[in-house]
Write a protein that binds this ligand. Structure first.
Ligand code: SF4
Length: 408
C-alpha cells in the first residue's frame, strides 16, 4: 500500500542514509490513568479505547511500510505506554519488525510510569524484545509528587527502578523534574543522591515549565502558588551538572546525562549509555512517528499526526493516514534548527558540516557575536566546534535568538 505521494517518495529515496543516518521509529501510546496538571503532551484518560487504538496503530504502520530507511531504534512513548499489557507491546514490536528493516541490535525503549508496573509486567516487557526502559520518576519525595499530580509515590518509584533491574534491564533511564515551588538546593540534592544510588544508565533532568493551557499554568496565573524564582532554578541547573559529574555522569545535552561507567563491553561507556533514539532528534537523523500527535522528520520534510485518538481511529479505519500537517523546511528553517539543536548538545555545532550543508562560512558570519559571547564566558569555539559553556546553556534560547537574527 503506497501512502506517500510519488514526489515525496522520490525525494525520500534520493536520500541515501549513511551509517549515522539510521532512522528511528517513535510509537505514541496516548493514554494515561490521570492527567498530570503540568503536562502538555497529548493523552486521553478514556482507557476503553485502548483495544481499537492498538488495531489502528498496527494498520497505520502497515500503511507506511514503503519508507526506505533501515531503523536502529524503536521508542514507545506516551502518554503512559505501561497501561498496555506486554501482549500489546509485543504485537507492536512484532509488527514493526515484520514491516520495516530493523537492525538486529536496535535499541527498543519503553517509557513506564511507576504507578502502573510491577515486577511481572516488567519481566514480560523484557520478553517482548524491549531492551531499554525509561521510568518517569520525577522526584523521590512525596510532597513533590503530590504537587506534580503524579499517580505514584516515592516508594513506588524506588520499587519500579529495582524491579526493572531485577527483570534484567541493563539500560535504565530515569526522568526527573526540578524547579518545583519551594524546592531548595538541599532538597534537590537529596533527589539526585537517591537517583545515583539506584545507578541508572541514563538521566533526563528537566526544569518544571508552565505550558499554556495546562491546569498548573492556570493555577499559577490565578496566584494559587508561587513558582520558584528564575535565579533559583538557574542555581539548581548548575547544581545538577556539578553533582552529576561528581557522581560519574556525563552531560551530553542540556537536560541529558549518561553514566560514565558500565560493565558492558564495546563502545566507550558514556557513548553506550546515551539515548540512541533521542540523539536522532538533535542530529537531523530521520525518524518516523506513529500514533496520535506523533511527529516525523525526513529531511527536508516534517509532518505530524492529528492529536485526537478518536479521529485517528476514524481516519485509519477509512484508509487515510491521520497526518494533520506536512511542512517542507526551507533553508532558513533548517539553519535555525541546526543552530537550536546543535547548541543544546555539549558537542555543539560541527562547523565543517554546517558550512558544507548550508554553503556558508560559520566563523565568518557569526564572528562578532561569537567574540562577544566568548568574552562573556557563554560560548566556546575551537577549530571545528562551537558549543555553549555551562553558563551559556542557561541562556540557550536567547543566544540562539541572537545568532538567527543575523541574516545568512
Ligand atoms: S503520565 Fe506523563 S504523559 Fe501522562 S499526563 Fe502525566 S506527564 Fe503527561
Amino acid at each position: 500500500m503506497v501512502c506517500f505521494s510519488q514526489s515525496t517518495l522520490n525525494s525520500l529515496n534520493s536520500i541515501s542514509p549513511n551509517k549515522t543516518d539510521y532512522a528511528g521509529i517513535y510509537i505514541h501510546l496516548p493514554f494515561c490513568v490521570h492527567k498530570c496538571p503540568y503536562c502538555d503532551f497529548y493523552s486521553a484518560t478514556d482507557l476503553s479505547l485502548k483495544q481499537p487504538f492498538i488495531r489502528a496503530l498496527m494498520k497505520e504502520m502497515a500503511m507506511s511500510c514503503d519508507i526506505p530507511f533501515p531503523f536502529d531504534t524503536i521508542y514507545i512513548g506516551g502518554g503512559t505506554p505501561s497501561v498496555f499489557s506486554a501482549r500489546h507491546i509485543g504485537q507492536l514490536i512484532e509488527t514493526a519488525y515484520s514491516l520495516f528493516k530493523i537492525l538486529p541490535d536496535a535499541e527498543i525503549t519503553i517509557e513506564v510510569n511507576p504507578g502502573t508496573v510491577d515486577l511481572d509486567r516488567l519481566k514480560e516487557y523484557k520478553h517482548t524484545g524491549v531492551n531499554r526502559i525509561n521510568i518517569g520518576v520525577q522526584s523521590f519525595q512525596d510532597k513533590n509528587l503530590n504537587f506534580l499530580g503524579r499517580i505514584h509515590s516515592a516508594r513506588d518509584a524506588i520499587f519500579a527502578v529495582e524491579w526493572a533491574r531485577n527483570a534484567g534491564f541493563d539500560n535504565i533511564g530515569l526522568d526527573l523534574i526540578y524547579g518545583i515551588p519551594n524546592q531548595t538546593k538541599k532538597s534537590w540534592l537529596m533527589d539526585l543522591k537517591k537517583t545515583v544510588e539506584l545507578a541508572p544508565e541514563h538521566l533526563s533532568c528537566y526544569t518544571l515549565t508552565y505550558e499554556s493551557g495546562t491546569a498548573m499554568n492556570n493555577d499559577r496565573q490565578k496566584g494559587l502558588f508561587c513558582p520558584l524564582p528564575e535565579h533559583l532554578v538557574a542555581d539548581l541547573f548548575e547544581l545538577t551538572i556539578e553533582s552529576l559529574i561528581d557522581y560519574g555522569y556525563m552531560q551530553y545535552e542540556i537536560s541529558n546525562f549518561a553514566r560514565s561507567d558500565s560493565s558492558k563491553p564495546g563502545l566507550s561507556k558514556p557513548e553506550l549509555n546515551k539515548s540512541r533514539h533521542n540523539r536522532k532528534y538533535w542530529s537531523f537523523a530521520p525518524y518516523i512517528g506513529f500514533g496520535p500527535s506523533s511527529h516525523s522528520f525526513i529531511e527536508p520534510y516534517r509532518y505530524w499526526n492529528c492529536s485526537d485518538v478518536q479521529k485517528y481511529i476514524r481516519d485509519i479505519d477509512a484508509g487515510r493516514l491521520p497526518i494533520e500537517k506536512k511542512e517542507l523546511l526551507n533553508r532558513e528553517q533548517q539553519i535555525i534548527e541546526a543552530i537550536y539543536l546543535g547548541l543544546r548538545q555539549t558537542d555543539g555545532i560541527q562547523i565543517d558540516i554546517f558550512d558544507e550543508k548550508f554553503g556558508v562560512n560559520f566563523k565568518k558570519i557569526f564572528k562578532k557575536i561569537i567574540m562577544d559571547l566568548e568574552k562573556n564566558g557563554l560560548l566556546r569555539l575551537d577549530q571545528n566546534l562551537c558549543a555553549l559553556s555551562r553558563k551559556g546553556m542557561l541562556f540557550h534560547d536567547a543566544i540562539v535568538e541572537m545568532l538567527i537574527c543575523r541574516k545568512i
